[in-house]
Design a protein around this ligand. Structure first.
Ligand code: AMP
Length: 583
């Protein structure tokens, strides 16, 4: 394995916006200086959509392209800031006409189509809290999230409605209205055709007073136990989207930016929608899923200059081979960043050698709302490291003790990654779960649940997760949600779910299942269970492998010991099994 540091040239470091720009006033970094770059609303208000859309639509950027949507079939739809402003105004008026107001919750279930982007921004204008859902979820994760989030209105496509919502609609009495868009959206019983409502709405809209602490976005994330957690973010998060867009992603006004994440995950909202708009940058949105040739063609034909993607995608490009890359030319590309899972040092070097640019890894979570630790354009890269804390962010490596936190000072010592509370995009709660929220903090520190170490130069290195949550293709999957779906099958007595290491997607979901008496393990039953899980959970969450076992290892208090299942699967030492229930 290659080691060493990727050094930046003096010119590259000078060209990077970096931290210096925010310290132009000669002092240390202050969030107030970031706030001063934004417009705000009269009376100290702040609204994300005002900053992202209106600030440009009413100024010199009105005719600049905000979004360039690339459809699956290769056709393009462009929206400039002025048009985006009118459409999002209309959407806000549609919500208002439906009686959906401030603090109400809109869920959006759609692929990466213009309607989703207009809905998110229109809802923010209206003060409505918006929660985009991943369209590859099955009916169960969708219904669970709408229920937990007390969603009163949903926007989806006619096709997704029929396949994933109709069947669970009766279990969602709080969901008062469903707007549908796309082909076949007229005349579906119990729904409203979005296009018609948009036609009837005015394109003038005055953003109501919005406080920086008003809830804006709701993103669900998975824990090890219990239901998914709804992380609440407020309008003040816009400071973070703006600052990190400049410092971590190096966005400049002439850039064409491509974030490959889906808005169903936090990266696809914070960076796939908001950060580039805040900088008046053109954002490319591809409706289709990963395809190596298509992606290289996009980099080339769309003249992407800043690209934010994920380790799984990079590994898939590496697999597709260097020859394919040589068939394309993309001289406009100048900065590449990655997030979501550990980025192997080999991938960073591959970027430098095959892509022609090193990949800048960065770290954050649903709860943090924005990038906190990064390899920025203004830094040398240590391949394999997540980088350093961004301005305004104080990170530490800690050990939890009964008496409080022990702070690690020795370079290289592992511990839990903690962040001092108070950055603007810090989640303000898990919806309806105060206790779960409270447990994430020790005094002034937010405990991330990730294990890491810091080296003598202040670079942070990811070690692993402190819990059993699974990361597959960059998506966080809660084992409990998968286990619960499997246990709904009449043959299943108990289920334990782990992430099994995989070279390409990081981890694949593997389930261990014990059967009720009267059922026999067989290939046919395995296929049936895989199909059952896929139908309920969707392809993104369902297990890829199922193994039958006589019983599952449990602690004396009855918790499944997933760690032990994993150790056994990998042939690793079983570690401390003193709490194992003897069977
Ligand atoms: P999510 O909340 O879905 O965005 O997932 C956040 C989790 O993804 C983190 O807590 C980490 O476990 C993992 N993660 C995110 N970025 C990185 C990174 N650069 N390196 C390693 N793990 C990462």
């Amino acid at each position: 394995m290659r080691t060493g540091v990727i050094r930046k040239s003096a010119a590259a470091l000078r060209g990077a916006q970096g931290l210096a720009d925010f310290e132009a006033r000669g002092g240390a970094f202050r969030w107030e200086d970031v706030r001063a770059r934004l417009e705000g609303l009269p009376g100290g208000g702040l609204n994300i959509a005002h900053e992202a859309v209106e600030r440009h639509a009413r100024g010199a950027n009105a005719s600049r392209i905000a979004f360039r949507f690339l459809r699956r079939d290769g056709t393009l739809t462009e929206l400039d800031f002025a048009r985006l402003s009118r459409l999002t105004n209309r959407y806000a008026n549609v919500l208002r006409a439906l009686g959906v107001g401030k603090g109400d919750r809109l869920f959006v279930l759609a692929g990466r189509i213009p309607e989703l982007y207009v809905a998110v921004l229109g809802a923010l204008k209206n003060g409505t809290v918006v929660s985009p859902l991943f369209s590859a979820f099955g009916p169960e994760p969708i219904a669970t999230r709408i229920r937990l989030g007390a969603g009163s209105v949903l926007l989806t496509t006619a096709s997704l409605y029929r396949r994933k919502v109709q069947g669970v609609r009766a279990s969602l009495p709080g969901l008062r209205q469903v707007l549908v868009c796309g082909e076949g959206s007229e005349g579906i019983p119990g729904t409203i055709d979005l296009a018609r409502s948009m036609d009837a709405a005015s394109d003038e809209f005055e953003i109501p007073p919005t406080d920086p602490e008003d809830a804006a976005l709701l993103h669900f994330t998975s824990g090890t136990t219990g239901t998914p957690k709804g992380a609440v973010h407020v309008h003040d998060a816009v400071l973070m989207h703006y600052m990190t867009g400049a410092v971590a992603l190096d966005l400049h006004p002439d850039d064409v930016f491509w974030c490959t994440a889906d808005p169903g995950w936090v990266t696809g909202t914070s960076y796939g929608i908001l950060a580039p708009l805040l900088h008046g940058v053109t954002s490319l949105v591809d409706e289709a899923d990963f395809d190596a040739e298509r992606w290289y063609r996009i980099l080339q034909d769309q003249r992407v200059s800043v690209w934010y993607t994920a380790p799984t995608a990079i590994r898939m490009l590496m697999k597709a081979g260097a020859q394919l890359r040589r068939e394309y030319r993309f001289p406009a590309l100048r900065f590449v960043a990655s997030v979501g899972e550990p980025l192997n040092p080999e991938a960073v070097w591959w970027g430098a050698e095959v892509l022609g640019l090193p990949i800048h890894d960065n770290w954050w979570q649903t709860e943090t709302g924005g990038i906190l630790i990064a390899n920025t354009a203004a830094m040398d890269i240590k391949p394999g490291s997540m980088g350093k804390p961004l301005p305004g962010i104080e990170a530490a490596i800690v050990h939890r003790r009964e008496t409080g936190l022990d702070f690690v000072t020795a370079p290289g010592e592992e511990g839990e990654l903690a962040i001092r509370r108070g950055w603007p995009s810090m989640f303000r709660g898990y919806l309806g779960e105060e206790e779960r929220y409270r447990k994430c903090f020790a005094g002034d520190w937010y405990l991330t649940g990730d294990l890491a170490r810091r080296d003598a130069d202040g670079y942070y290195w990811f070690v692993g997760r402190a819990d059993d949550v699974i990361k597959s293709a960059g998506h966080l999957i809660g084992p409990f949600e998968v286990e619960s779906a499997l246990m709904e099958h009449p043959a299943v007595a108990e289920a334990g779910v782990i992430g099994k290491p995989d070279e390409t997607v990081g981890e694949v979901v593997k389930a261990f299942v014990s059967l009720k008496s009267g059922f026999e393990a067989s290939e046919a039953l395995r296929m049936e269970l895989l199909g059952h899980a896929r139908k309920r959970l969707g392809a993104a969450v369902a297990p890829k492998e199922i193994a039958f076992v006589a019983s599952l290892p449990r602690t004396r208090s009855g918790k499944i010991m997933r760690r032990l299942l994993k150790a056994r699967e990998l042939g690793l030492p079983e570690g401390d099994t003193s709490t194992l229930e003897s069977s």
